[in-house]
Design a protein around this ligand. Structure first.
Ligand SMILES: [Zn+2]
Length: 320
């Protein structure tokens, strides 16, 4: 066997899941660094945010949600195309699966490769992988903004595109009435950022500016605990930005000095590990993150598709 196993494939400990009611009818389920999910109640329906990696994993979340509401899931919102966020969709039996228009394109272009890649990288999240019926196809897409009236006095749930970031088609879900933001993987709360499919410069610039401008008082990131209070939300956004800028800076310096990809990885590791090394998925994501920063700085606009084979090559090259 070649090389070390992927850091996250060796991480087999079950995480403790915590369901929190952030406001009347607004729910978040966090899981110690595993992908978060959420839900927002309308008068006679539920909007679910994120679908988890498999229908079996999604059903565990739905069972927790059913302790609070038995309303049917009318809308399933997907923040982006990554397999661990979308392949559990069938468990929700939603009338509509909503995502950004570029997310639908990405599912068609690279959904299968991403499924194979993520299954190899993070097998623990794929509870009963045989329960996945196939790729998840969004049935409703939009480009900038889509509002869902929740009925009664509940206001709207606003789905918003903030620019390219973690992927080409990330959206956030915003509950203005309670100032709760589900940020998807655009912001992580004390968890490392996965940037292997990212647009680092835009993400660290206008995209996070747009996220910050919403003025959230609760933020549910893609991973990590719920962030409470405007100051803490600002700090989480700033920390995500710092992670991206540090990556760009160190990898950029090595490129300018005609260094190698491996040298860029070592430099990024040295820079980031003291601050972020103890965070969930840091060891796992950094090789893929550096590989993408490297090509972005070389002028490759859209990320090269990750396949199970390419994962292995990069991992073996960088994690020695
Ligand atoms: Zn993601």
């Amino acid at each position: 066997m070649r090389g070390k196993p992927f850091a996250s494939s060796a991480d087999l400990g079950e995480k403790t899941e915590t369901l929190e009611v952030l406001a009347d009818g607004v729910y978040a389920l966090t899981a110690q660094g595993d992908p978060n999910v959420g839900a927002v109640e309308g008068e006679d329906f539920v909007v679910a945010f994120e679908a988890r990696a498999t229908p079996a994993a999604a059903r565990d979340w739905l069972a927790r949600l059913r302790e609070h509401t038995d309303k049917p899931v009318r809308y399933l919102v997907l923040s982006h195309y990554h397999a661990v966020r979308v392949l559990g969709a069938s468990a929700f039996a939603a009338d509509a699966v909503i995502a950004h228009e570029r997310t639908r394109l990405l599912v068609g272009e690279r959904g299968q490769q991403d499924w194979d890649s993520e299954l190899g990288r993070m097998p623990r999240l794929f509870r009963e992988p045989g329960s996945i019926p196939g790729l998840t196809w969004p049935t409703v897409t939009f480009s900038d903004r889509l509002s869902i009236p929740l009925g009664g006095e509940r206001g709207d749930l606003v789905l918003q595109y903030c620019g390219r970031g973690h992927t080409e088609g990330d959206i956030v879900a915003w509950v203005p009435r309670h100032r709760v933001l589900f940020a998807g993987d655009l912001v992580e709360a004390q968890a490392a950022l996965y940037t292997g499919d990212a647009f680092h410069r835009e993400w660290a610039g206008g995209t996070l500016d747009a996220v910050a401008s919403l003025g959230a008082e609760y933020l549910v990131g893609g991973r990590g605990a719920v962030v409470r209070g405007a100051d803490a939300v600002g700090a989480a956004i700033a920390q995500s930005r710092h992670f991206l800028r540090s990556l760009l800076e160190r990898v950029g310096q090595v490129r300018e000095a005609d260094g190698s990809l491996k040298a860029a990885f070592d430099a990024a590791y040295e820079e980031l590990a003291p601050t972020y090394g103890h965070w969930p998925i840091f060891e796992h994501t950094l090789p893929f993150d550096v590989a993408r920063v490297w090509e972005e700085l070389a002028g490759v606009d859209r990320p090269t598709i990750w396949t199970a084979e390419r994962d292995r090559e990069i991992w073996d090259l960088l994690q020695e």
